[in-house]
Design a protein around this ligand. Structure first.
Ligand code: PLP
Length: 223
């Protein structure tokens, strides 16, 4: 068995039923994606549009591609024909553009709203209050070609397990609140995307349904 296949098997063994693995293959060459594919992996996550497009062209057609990075509105059109899930939507502008491009492709595109809970400074992600406001505003209800499937977040990069747990718990609690307030009758609002190589075990304990794991499967990235 190849290294990648062995690593994949180890990670999968940690995942309880109901938690799906997004194999984060950014910066890794096609050969290792193929190894993961041959070992049965079908969901791959990438964070650069150009790289994802190139890989999607060369990989088998039953791969489910997830875009996990920051997406610029002007690049949505390149992903709209085939993307399975866009993890990190954090503005109405982006949501509108995804809707517009999805309509042109006669599709409905699944998305997650990205939360910013971590201590780290970043331009990206919605604070819990901004997320509440976006949904309270209601415009999203008119966008019939996007479907908000849940929430995504990245915890602070730290060794402090309690801090990570606390941040993921906040995301889990916000998910429950929004589910009750806006999606009580909508089974499709069901995804919680948190957990990476160093913290996916905590993510599993705090309700993740999708973990995004790269390094533990493919090794260190070469940028
Ligand atoms: C790169 C990346 C990951 C995977 O990180 P690893 O530490 O390699 O597991 C997960 N989520 C996002 C948003 C990423 O950009």
């Amino acid at each position: 068995m190849s290294n990648v296949a062995q690593n994949l098997k180890k990670v999968l063994a940690d995942l309880p039923e109901g938690v799906r693995l997004v194999a984060v293959s950014k910066y890794h060459p096609l050969e290792v994606l193929r190894e993961a594919y041959d070992a049965g992996q079908r969901i791959f996550g990438e964070s650069h549009v150009q790289e994802l497009r190139q890989k999607a062209e060369l990989m088998p057609k039953d791969v489910e591609w997830h875009f996990i990075g920051h997406l610029q509105s002007n690049k949505v059109k390149y992903l709209a024909p085939f993307i399975s899930l866009i993890h990190a939507v954090d503005t109405m502008k982006l949501l509108r553009e995804i809707n517009r491009q999805a309509e042109r492709c006669e599709r409905v595109i699944d998305v997650l709203l990205e939360l910013h809970i971590a201590e780290e400074e970043t331009k990206y992600g919605l604070t819990p209050d901004a997320c509440r406001e976006l949904l309270a505003d209601g415009e999203w209800r008119d966008l019939h070609h996007v479907r908000i499937r849940g929430l995504m977040m990245m915890a602070t990069y730290t060794d402090d397990q309690e801090q990570i747990r606390c941040e993921m718990k906040q995301a889990q609690d916000l998910f429950d609140e929004l589910k009750q307030d806006y999606f009580a009758d909508d089974d499709s609002f069901s995804e919680r995307s948190w957990g990476m190589s160093h913290d996916y075990p905590i993510a599993i304990e705090t309700g993740a349904t999708l973990v995004r794991v790269g390094t533990s499967i493919f090794g260190e990235r070469e940028y």
